[in-house]
Write a new protein. Structure first.
Lengths: 203, 203
C-alpha cells in the first residue's frame, strides 16, 4: 500500500486523501511532525528536496512530492481526470492557479493568523490577504457562471482548489463578497465521498 | 495559428515561447499591456477570470490560461513530456513546485525591486526573499546530484523552472550559495533552441 507522509494541519496532504476517498484507493498515512522539524531532516530531504509534506512513497520506494502531482498521479485513468489533451489542460489550468495564487496567499495568511504572528508582521499579512482576495475574486467570477472548476463536472481540479478554499476564514478573510465561491464550496462538501480534513490519521 | 497574449517583462509567457522554440511550433504573440490595465478589462477577463497573462487562444477561440498549463498543452506528445504515468508525475512535481515556491517569491521580490517599492514594503520584500532562498536551497540540493529537473534529461519541467530562475539577480538575490543551480541554468541556456526572454515580440 502506498504511504502518504502528511501532517494533520496541512491542507496540501488533504488533497491526496480526498482523491483517495473519492476513488476508494488504499493509502497508509504516516505523520511527519513539521513542528518538530522532521521534514527538514536528512532522511526526509532524501524523499523531497523541498522539505515539505505531502510525499507519496510507492511500494517500490519511489517518492513523489508535491500535493498536486500526487493528486494527478492518483487520479490518472479515473473520471476525475480526462485523457483528451485540451480537456486535461483545462483541469490543469485551475491546479496551477491554485498553486501560484490561492495556496501561497491563504496558506501563509492562515499560518500567521493561527500562530498569532499576523500582528508581528502586519504588512506581510496584509499583502497576503490582498493577494488572496484577488484570487478569490477570480474564483467568484468563474463560479458565477460555472458549477465546477472545469468541464462542467467535478474533477481533481475541484479537489485541489477546495483544500485551501476550506480555510479562508481561518486566514481571517471574510467570504461575504464571494457568494458563488461559497456555493461551490458547499457543492464539494455535499458529495457522498467527501471527508473531513483529519481523515486518515490515527485518532 | 494560436495566439499567445503576453507581456515582455512577464517570465510566465516566456515559458510558452521557450516550448514553442524548442518544438518549432508557430505562435502569434500579442502584447497585453499590463501597465495600462488591459488584463483587467472585461474582454480579457472573459479569456482568463484571473486577469493575468499568458493566455493561449486556439484557432477555434478556446482560451487556455496559466503558463504551466499552456506549456504542458504545447509539449504533449513531444520528447519534452513523457506519457508514462509515473514519469509524467515526476515532471509535474517540479512544475507545481515552481508555481507555489519559486514564481510567487522571486516574482514579487523582483517586481518590488524593479519598481523601487522594496524599500516601501521592507518586510514584504524580506519575507519573499527568505521564501525564495528556501526554494533555491531545494533546487541546489536537487541539482547537486542531478543534471536536469526530472528523468535525467531536459523536459518541460526545466523550461518552466528556468523562467523565474533566470531573474533571481533582478530580485536582488545573490546566487553565490547555489552553484549547482547556476550550473543547471547555464546548461539550459546552452541548448541550441534557447531564446532570449523578449523573443516573439515585434521589435
Amino acid at each position: 500500500m502506498p504511504i502518504l507522509y502528511d501532517y494533520p494541519r496541512s491542507r496540501n496532504g488533504y488533497k491526496a486523501r480526498l482523491v483517495a476517498s473519492h476513488l476508494g484507493l488504499p493509502l497508509q498515512v504516516v505523520t511527519t511532525d513539521l513542528m518538530a522539524g522532521e521534514s527538514r531532516q536528512a532522511d526526509f530531504l532524501a524523499k523531497n528536496a523541498a522539505g515539505k509534506v505531502p510525499v507519496l512513497e510507492l511500494e517500490d520506494g519511489t517518492c513523489l512530492p508535491e500535493s498536486n502531482a500526487i493528486a494527478l498521479f492518483l487520479a490518472e485513468g479515473s473520471a476525475l481526470l480526462p485523457d483528451a489533451k485540451l480537456e486535461r489542460a483545462q483541469v490543469l489550468r485551475w491546479m496551477f492557479f491554485e498553486q501560484s495564487q490561492l495556496l501561497p496567499n491563504i496558506g501563509l495568511a492562515r499560518m500567521l493568523k493561527i500562530t498569532g504572528r499576523d500582528t508581528q508582521r502586519p504588512d506581510v499579512y496584509a499583502q497576503r490577504v490582498e493577494a488572496a482576495q484577488d484570487a478569490l475574486s477570480a474564483l467568484e467570477r468563474h463560479f458565477a457562471g460555472n458549477d465546477w472548476a472545469a468541464l462542467g463536472r467535478f474533477t481533481v481540479a475541484d479537489i485541489v482548489l477546495y483544500a485551501y478554499s476550506s480555510v479562508v476564514e481561518e486566514a481571517g478573510i471574510d467570504t461575504a463578497p464571494y457568494p458563488a465561491f461559497v456555493a461551490w464550496r458547499r457543492r464539494v462538501e455535499s458529495l457522498p465521498a467527501h471527508i473531513p480534513p483529519d481523515w486518515g490519521f490515527a485518532a
